[in-house]
Design a protein around this ligand. Structure first.
Ligand code: NAP
Length: 250
């Protein structure tokens, strides 16, 4: 395997696994990098590594030492710092970067979305209802909800928070997607969900909850994505594979 065909995938999205498989099948030397946020992880095709690089400089050094030819940003859309680091390190070392841009979820005419820029705003405006406030925002940004003692919280997470979350009425539910529609309908009914708070990840695997909220006429507090850095952005795994091949041809 020649280093000229080495691809680094910055993983974190489900599409990253499909990309690794497709690029390995094309004979490329693929390394997928994970932040290491979850206790259990699927193994991608090709090689993998786990943990931070040490900021822009650390990543730039890694790219040079490993003679990476192309970097693919298949990060979760909310992994803003790593996206920016990737853009800066690739620019510094003159290495092509291809970013997967997953389409955002869009509100339809029957949706009651309250769109906010960040989690602080989400916690401020989440409406107190008869039912529980269902948080599907991960475990890293729960803190602003600690002050909302008027809400009953149902918090769905892959792994429990690493730091204690103090709230008088919060129930944690451990689960990971994909979540199917029938199961989401049952969950909303059983827990008497009155409001949903979520991030606009655009992931198909977690979209069913939005349909259930629509069916039940529930308010949805939707946290907008952070602005991605400039650079080549493509939609869909096919387009990423083509862009990588173009970049390798120079
Ligand atoms: P982040 O804030 O963009 O990144 C923080 C640091 O983690 C980076 O500076 C980097 O450390 C390291 N890092 C992140 N992704 C990495 C990767 N693929 N390989 C190696 N190192 C990586 O991202 P985050 O803290 O992971 O997540 C921020 C938001 O995204 C949260 O809202 C979270 O819920 C959501 N999210 C992330 C993931 C994921 O897999 N990362 C998955 C689902 C949701 P160094 O600077 O030391 O290199």
């Amino acid at each position: 395997m020649t280093a000229a065909r080495r691809v680094l995938i910055l993983g974190g999205s489900s599409e990253g696994f499909e990309m690794a498989e497709r690029l390995v099948a094309r004979g490329l030397d693929v390394v997928t990098s994970f932040a290491g946020r979850t206790e259990e992880r699927r193994e991608p095709a090709g090689r993998s590594r786990v943990g931070g690089f040490g900021g822009v400089e650390g990543l730039a050094r890694y790219l040079e030492l490993e003679v990476v030819a192309v970097v693919v940003d298949a990060l979760h859309p909310f992994a803003a710092r790593m996206k920016a680091n990737a853009a800066a390190a690739c620019a510094a070392r003159n290495i092509p970067l291809v970013r997967l841009e997953r389409p955002m979820w869009r509100a339809g005419p029957d949706d009651d979305w309250r769109v906010v820029p960040d989690m602080e705003a989400a916690a401020r405006i989440a409406p107190a209802t008869e039912g529980v406030c269902f948080l599907t925002i991960g475990r890293q940004e729960l803190a602003p909800f600690a002050a909302r003692r008027d809400l009953r919280l149902l918090v769905r997470v892959i792994d429990l928070p690493e730091t204690p979350f103090h709230h008088p009425d919060a129930t944690f539910m451990r689960d990971r997607g994909p979540f199917d529609l029938a199961a989401e309908r049952c969950l909303f009914a059983e827990w008497h969900v009155g409001c949903l708070v979520t991030k606009n990840s655009g992931a198909a695997a977690s979209e069913a909850k939005l349909q259930v909220a629509r069916e039940r006429g529930l308010p949805v507090v939707m946290v907008e994505r952070p602005q991605p850095p400039d650079g080549l952005a493509v939609t869909g795994v096919d387009a990423v594979v083509q862009a990588v091949e173009r970049a390798l041809r120079g």
